[in-house]
Design a protein around this ligand. Sequence first.
Ligand code: UDP
Ligand code: MG
Length: 344
Amino acid sequence: MATPVIRSNDTAEAPAPVPGASQRRIVSYVLPVYNEADGIENFHDRLFQATRKRPDLEFEFVYVNDGSRDRSLEILEKIAESCDGVRVVNFSRNFGHQMAITAGLDYARGDAVIVMDTDLQDPPEVSLELIEAWEGGAQIVYAQRRSRKDTPMKRFTAHAYYRLLHRFADIEIPVDTGDFRLMDRATTDLLRSHRERNRFVRGLVASLGFKQAAVPFDRDERTSGETNYPLPKMLRLAADGVTSFSTVPLKMITRLGLLTVVLAVLGILYALGLRLFFPDVSVPGWTLLMIMVLFLGGVQMLSLGVIGSYVGRIYTEVQARPLYIVEKVVDHGDGGQQAARTGA
Ligand code: UDP
Ligand code: MG
């Protein structure tokens, strides 16, 4: 069960469903776990109870143990023994929440995949509403927080950040959504083809497009333990969100450069004017000094901006994201629709 697997850059093959085992549609849960020993059993019980309301579906629970330093793995293995459909993917060390989600998506084999936190902040019952929206035709359903019971500091930073991201990023990332969402098989596979290292999963999902629906919910408090996103980790994720979807910060250097050049020209004119028309006021040597400082400052800033715009291009190239995503191709010639695919 807990064989060490290293997943970094390769696209893992999801195991094929057992043929003929079941005609029911499969819904997979991707459940990242990091030091959740105190609450994980409780979480699984509640999730399992919730899924029993849908006997017409088959459920799969993919727990990804992200290098927990407590008894989480032991408890997960026990859960896997006593409960059908539970799989545990164990990381060799802590790779972070976003990588845990990525691995979970690689291993999930459901027709729909739901990503949710394991600290009961995302109420398991809400996932049933996500499933209903999926059955109603949505391919990506994200749970949108109507309220959250976090500290005022976290509430404020999250609120400000989602709005900032909304303004900066080149794509529409819905505000107030975390990673709690459902994706169908086609969009899951597309997301799996994005293999960049600095991942901001919810941004990647938003960038896929497709029919996306929102289900509002109230975010609960953590039932046990404390947040595994201390400020430095949160800031890193926040920076990943901006830098992986926007080169605005780079473009700002160019603007700053242009502004500096304009100011430098004004400064140079002022210094020259002073030298020519008020020679008694100006200190000897000052004019030349001013001209050089301002000129060099302006040129440097502008050059940085030019370099920045190339770095920006290099950056988007090395991300090597698919260039476009085709939802489907209807081809009456070979009599059918092809699944969604990426074009590189
Ligand atoms: N998590 C993880 N790896 C980490 C940090 C967190 O897998 O390095 C998991 C954690 O177990 C939880 C989810 O990611 O299920 C969200 O983490 P947390 O609740 O600490 O974040 P918050 O809700 O405070 O933003
Ligand atoms: Mg949490």
